[in-house]
Design a protein around this ligand. Structure first.
Ligand SMILES: *Cc1c(COP(=O)(O)O)cnc(C)c1O
Length: 434
């Protein structure tokens, strides 16, 4: 089954790309390094499907890494973008569209004020600065396996030894910067409390559902426990809802889990496919930001009218709640189906899912934190990925990413995906790679 598709154009484009861009890509995971083979170059997408440069179509579960909650090429979003583009692309001055999107985000999320930026990375970076300014403290806590974009203080891994400060997790991140980040284990409240006892903490930043190490759900009491610790020790709680925001329902993870954060970061879905991020929270905190307050943060293209139009059209489409009913139902069917197939074939695997996020981990039977997740069988996933791709199913090119179900995924798409998954896994079993 593998290699049965013609990907000549993609191969040609990749050859050209590696000459002019590092690794041939503008974001590392796109290069297929974790799964082997050359990346597909995509020429267009519509509904649940993406099409490569050779014209092959695939049912897509990457959804541009989350933004395309309505499916690809949504008419509502596209038309809003075209309408906005007819009035000019950028003004560097306030526009009505920014006010409307801010009002909509506030209405959905229950936060009080919001500042638009251009990416999730920027949203997180700015929220961290704000939390330090507001608390007058320097140290921040993040969790192992959570991703918060590529700013220096978030590319940090746990230091060696208990309760030590973090270390750079990328070349070029200064040790001094990494040392202000403390890295705790996801779902381990006790570890967080120990850090609070030892250090003066400005904030705890967490993905309320960890969706960048596959999908790992918060155990009961974890998020509310963080809320409690932050209150006790006078630190801010930051929910990084760049993935969960407007995906786990209109109110995001805050509403889904009934825990309020002090600051929330958004991205992905709020741009409808355009480059956007945002951070927001209580008015009292947000008014520390310039020009109200003394925390400087700015952006030439922040609140760009085209991006605002796309985001607003997408959030409007989420208004009725119908989208959530559908995507949650389709994801449930997908997750249950994948579990059942593995069980029937006697394959060791576990499937985590919530809302329209899912991940099948091979080779482990529980995935509750980074330590458990990193034992997953990545070689097996890579093989599965390549076979599924050849069968017309586009999964994330890494074991440690989520599957995103969109409003365009139909019951027939899910059935087709499950049939193919079963066929692929059976074949792998017969060939002895399982
Ligand atoms: C994608 C992501 C980011 C970074 O957003 P970019 O727009 O890629 O900079 C931050 N946090 C989380 C949880 C993400 O998934």
């Amino acid at each position: 089954m593998e290699q049965s598709i013609n990907i000549v154009q993609s191969k040609n484009l990749f050859e050209r790309a590696v000459r002019v861009m590092p690794g041939g890509v503008n974001s590392p995971v796109r290069a297929f390094k974790a799964v082997g083979g050359d990346p597909l170059f995509i020429s267009r997408a519509d509904g649940a499907k993406i099409y490569d440069a050779d014209g092959n179509g695939y049912i897509d579960y990457v959804s541009s890494w989350g933004p395309m909650i309505l499916g690809h090429n949504s008419a509502a979003v596209r038309e809003a973008v075209v309408r906005a583009a007819q009035h000019g692309l950028s003004f560097g001055a306030p526009t009505e569209a920014e006010v409307k999107l801010a009002e909509k985000i506030i209405e959905f999320s229950g936060i009080e004020m919001v500042r638009m930026v251009n990416s999730g990375t920027e949203a997180v970076m700015s929220a961290l600065r704000l939390s330090r300014a507001y608390t007058g403290r320097g140290k921040i806590i993040k969790f192992e396996g959570c991703y918060h974009g590529h700013s220096d203080s978030m590319l940090v891994k746990a230091g060696s030894g208990a309760l030590t400060t973090g270390q750079p997790d990328s070349l070029g991140v200064p040790e001094a910067v990494a040392g202000d980040t403390l890295v705790a284990a996801y779902n381990d409240l006790g570890g967080v409390e120990d850090l609070f006892k030892k250090y003066e903490i400005a904030c705890v930043i967490v993905e309320p559902v960890a969706a960048n190490m596959g999908v790992v759900l918060p155990v009961d009491g974890f998020l509310s426990g963080l809320r409690g610790l932050c209150d006790t020790y006078g630190a801010l709680l930051i929910f990084d809802e760049v993935i969960t925001g407007f995906r786990l329902g209109k109110g995001g993870a805050q509403a889904h889990y009934g825990v309020k954060a002090d600051l929330v970061t958004y991205g992905k879905i709020i741009g409808g496919g355009m480059p956007v991020g945002a951070y927001g929270g209580k008015k009292e905190i947000m008014e520390y930001i310039s020009p109200c307050g003394a925390v400087y943060q700015a952006g030439t293209l922040s609140g760009n009218p085209i991006a605002m139009a796309a985001g607003l059209a997408q959030l409007d489409a989420l208004e009725s709640g119908d989208v959530y009913r559908h995507i949650d139902q389709m994801c449930e069917k997908l997750a249950n189906g994948m579990s059942q197939i593995a069980k029937n074939l006697g394959i060791k695997a576990c499937v985590n899912h919530v809302g329209s996020l899912a991940c099948q981990f091979f080779g482990i039977d529980r995935a509750e934190d980074y330590q458990s997740v990193k034992n997953a069988d990545t070689a097996l996933y890579a093989r599965y990925f390549r076979e599924m791709l050849a069968a017309g199913i586009y999964l994330a090119p890494s074991q440690f990413e989520a599957m995103f179900v969109s409003y365009a995924h139909t019951e027939a798409d899910i059935d087709e995906t499950l049939e193919k998954a079963e066929r692929v896994l059976k074949k792998m079993k017969i060939e002895g790679s399982l």
